[in-house]
Ligand binder design. Structure first.
Ligand code: SF4
Length: 73
């Protein structure tokens, strides 16, 4: 059974580029000038990792069982 990932977007860092919502709109949405995570506990989805990787502010963190798996080094 696939695990759940914990997704966070730090509103203090987010610069509102909207890239996360473009890549994974089921998971991220823009509320005003900041990203909001629709599904903080989300199914495994490579697009969520991509969103964390491309976030220009480094605001997105994805964890699996407490371990940070994105952004990837
Ligand atoms: S990609 Fe990063 S900076 Fe852009 S809206 Fe999403 S969290 Fe904010």
């Amino acid at each position: 059974m696939p695990g759940k990932w914990t997704v966070r977007a730090d509103r203090r860092l987010c610069m509102g580029s909207g890239m996360c919502a473009a890549v994974a709109p089921e998971v991220f949405t823009l509320e005003g000038e900041h990203a909001s995570v629709r599904t903080p506990e989300t199914d495994e989805d490579a697009r969520v990792l991509d969103a964390a990787d491309i976030c220009p502010a480094g605001a997105i963190t994805v964890r699996e069982a407490g371990r940070v798996i994105a952004p990837r080094p």
